[in-house]
Design a binder for this molecule. Sequence first.
Ligand SMILES: [Ca+2]
Ligand SMILES: [Ca+2]
Ligand SMILES: [Ca+2]
Length: 395
Amino acid sequence: MKPSRSRRLSVESLEGRRLLAAVNIPDDLTSAPDAIVSVPVNIDSATGVRAAEIRLSYDTSVLDLDADDIDFGSVWGTDGDTQVTANVDDAAGTVVIFVSASSALTDVSGSLVELPFSVASDAVVDSTSVLDLTEVSLNEGQITVDPSPVSGTDSTDGLITITAAATGDDSISGFVYADADNDNSLGTGEAIPGVTITLTNTSTGAELQTTTDVDGSYEFTDLAPGEYEIVQSQPVAYLDSGDNELTVTLVEGTTLEDQNFRELGLLPQFIFNRLHTNTVMPVGSDNWNDAVSDLNTFAESTESSSSASAATASFSDAAASTSSASGAESTTTSTSDSNASGEPLFDQAEAEPLASVAANVVTAQTAGMATPVASSDDDSDENEAVDEVFASNLF
Ligand SMILES: [Ca+2]
Ligand SMILES: [Ca+2]
Ligand SMILES: [Ca+2]
């Protein structure tokens, strides 16, 4: 097929049909005071659309909007090159949004844009607030919008009804843990503290966030019944089991427990440090929990900018300072006498295989813990050693 013909045909197919699209904002939106309501501007068929200009007005005494939070909607998909430019006039309560992509959309329906409005804390329950769609232009007017939104009341306008704040006493809770012994349950020393968990009410868009406690637990209380999405921010030092998102239905008067996130263990480049923390800080101690927390925080901060071995080396310094802050605890009695001479266990010039590190680590602090061992290459001996370490429940 010649390219020129193909191009011409596609132009003809667009011009040969009179393209029509209906655009509107839902009129059955609800939100409690002091919550966020995600407002979509929907289109019934996006055939041929590659650009949309949308204007609307809102009541500034009830609603607030940040231009930076406005996002493109579902019709554009997630792997395109969609651009959104938005301008919000807070004083006037007007919004202008321009959204576009490099190629035209197919016959899909959904939202062109999503506007997360904050509802005022003094918004009156059972009152309503109008979202006045004032103008929509598709492909600079080449696609007819019917019915055409106008300034003032028309059928395309949206409506938010203010509902009483969720005063439910339902709750959702769970744990984040590294399943070192692979038994699918949280055992001693497997808790991962400091992991961010985000709970979203999928019907209202309202979000809550918390972090896991020292025992790896998290809990959201005083929830209303409904559909929720629970998302775990992956602790980057750990090997992901792949389930970082849970969708649950909370039935009135119930408590959803054990909404757990299971990790598979520390990533190889962080194992050495965990051994270190195991040694100088007994598993489950406050210092140990702090160190695991620090490890995650540090791993997150170095995730994109550092190589694995650099991250290992730097964290080792951080762990060392943590342990010295804990004072006398770092003189834990060694369970091995194989290194009584005090000679360095880890030769800086040639790093030992991990198996040997695992076997000797209990004596590491008497040797000074001088040298972190990088383990990020693909040497199979080391991989076997890593497996051994996991199996030994030290990971
Ligand atoms: Ca209108
Ligand atoms: Ca376990
Ligand atoms: Ca995970």
